[in-house]
Design a protein around this ligand. Sequence first.
Ligand SMILES: NC(=O)C1=CN([C@@H]2O[C@H](COP(=O)(O)OP(=O)(O)OC[C@H]3O[C@@H](n4cnc5c(N)ncnc54)[C@H](O)[C@@H]3O)[C@@H](O)[C@H]2O)[C@@H](O)CC1
Ligand SMILES: Nc1ncnc2c1ncn2[C@@H]1O[C@H](COP(=O)(O)OP(=O)(O)O)[C@@H](O)[C@H]1O
Ligand SMILES: [K+]
Length: 478
Amino acid sequence: MTKPNLEFALLTPTQMSIVDRHAARTISIIELMENAGWAVTQEILKRYRPCSVLVLCGPGNNGGDGYVVARLLAQAGWAVYVSSIANPKSGSDADIAAKQWTGMVVDDPESYIKKVGLVIDAVFGAGLNKDLDLHIANLLRKAKHVVAIDMPSGVNGETGQIMGYAPHAELTVTFFKAKPGHYLLPGREYRGELVVKDIGITFEILSQIELKCWLNEPGLWQIPTSELTDYKYRRGTVSVIGGSQMIGAARLSAHAALNSGAGLVYIFALGNRDCYSASSPCFIVDHDSLETALKDLRRKIWVCGPGLLANEVNEILPQLIAANVKIIADAGAFQSDQYDMLKGVSIITPHIGEFERVFGKIKGDKISAARLAAKQIGSVVVLKGADTIIASPDGRVAINQHASSRLATAGSGDTLTGIVATLLATGMPVWESACAGVWVHGEAGLLCDHSWPSAEILTENLGKARDNASISKNIVNL
Ligand SMILES: NC(=O)C1=CN([C@@H]2O[C@H](COP(=O)(O)OP(=O)(O)OC[C@H]3O[C@@H](n4cnc5c(N)ncnc54)[C@H](O)[C@@H]3O)[C@@H](O)[C@H]2O)[C@@H](O)CC1
Ligand SMILES: Nc1ncnc2c1ncn2[C@@H]1O[C@H](COP(=O)(O)OP(=O)(O)O)[C@@H](O)[C@H]1O
Ligand SMILES: [K+]
């Protein structure tokens, strides 16, 4: 068993409280709170000129951090007002921090919130457990410039969902490790710039936690680089099923496979063979039966779905599954309430609409839904969107932020299947291939000179995007 990646691990608020408990054996909560407040203050001092500040403190440790920030900003000469949204429990760590604040406490934050230059949101963090009360929401609504401690109050740290209301922070300072809610939508849009600060908790504590969620970045996985002794079969072979009518999708998938480094790309055309042959001299278009193609032991990776009609998938997919090859299923493979037919594929790549068509409406959060679906069919689920989630049947999940709306163009999902197929064909493990493919796809979009690239233009950047994924990157603050 390989060691779980620590660098990109994301911790749910529940896991974070376990970390706190373990940390408390060697460093007191009050010390952690002091460090947290100090870290937030430093980030504020780096970005803002001295101004008047209103610190809104809640009843828990998030509020405790707020009292520390108030004290340190006042020591730096800023005009600081504190409002206790709810008093901390007597004798608690937050109460100790509150007692060390000897400056102005205001009972009418409403009359200060519009006048001050900056509002520090220390109302709720990891402990948020219900929707924000209307009066807190209405107060926060009036803030113009907000710095959030740990999480903008109202953003669920585990799911990124908004519980009643949340302010749009300009900066969020969190501690030790980022939380899924910092990267999942809509939470990501509320946290502004995210800074993750060390507050004296050691990484060894992570061995006490079953890590299950990561940010999708190079280092979480490794893509094979080109070798002097490479030859086409070592690079890997990809086969794409080409539909009889919608021929663009399979061509895009096949192009993406070639341009991201596959050694050979076959198209098994269900019709229109000449069109497929004419579209690139590099494609090998099958002339024999599927049975014959499947006998070729080098052809272990198949894309099935882009541009396919339901009846075409119904005919082909069972044959591929029976042949025990690795399949990436997309588009036409997503039929109403038919998740049983996907059992036996390696990876599915639905967008939300396709996902809900197959698995039903998402009731809770996207991570739980993707995890459950992955378990139900025993395949990796790539739930596509601006915050693509890659869920493995074993429970591992990666959240991708490395993408942009440049990918929001027809055919872009088809290119993703080709990239993932190529990476699978290198021999990478399944979940890692899917994660890396999603990152490379995003990188290809980010590399485009064209701000509104077509899916075809996207494929031109795939080689460079793959190279960039091989260069281990330093991710700021993680
Ligand atoms: N993670 C760490 O290592 C550290 C965490 N610290 C801070 O501690 C915070 C977590 O502290 P807590 O667990 O005390 O949690 P919070 O301070 O987020 O709030 C918990 C309290 O608020 C109440 N509450 C939650 N949602 C509410 C709502 N919508 N309306 C009314 N009341 C509500 C809860 O019942 C509880 O009393 C973190 O967010 C972070 O800011 C730091 O103090 C130091 C170290
Ligand atoms: N706003 C966005 N930010 C980041 N990625 C996006 C955005 N919109 C779409 N994408 C990505 O673009 C791809 C679109 O796929 P899909 O909807 O299946 O397109 P098609 O079926 O036309 O090929 C997905 O990988 C998705 O994650
Ligand atoms: K907060």
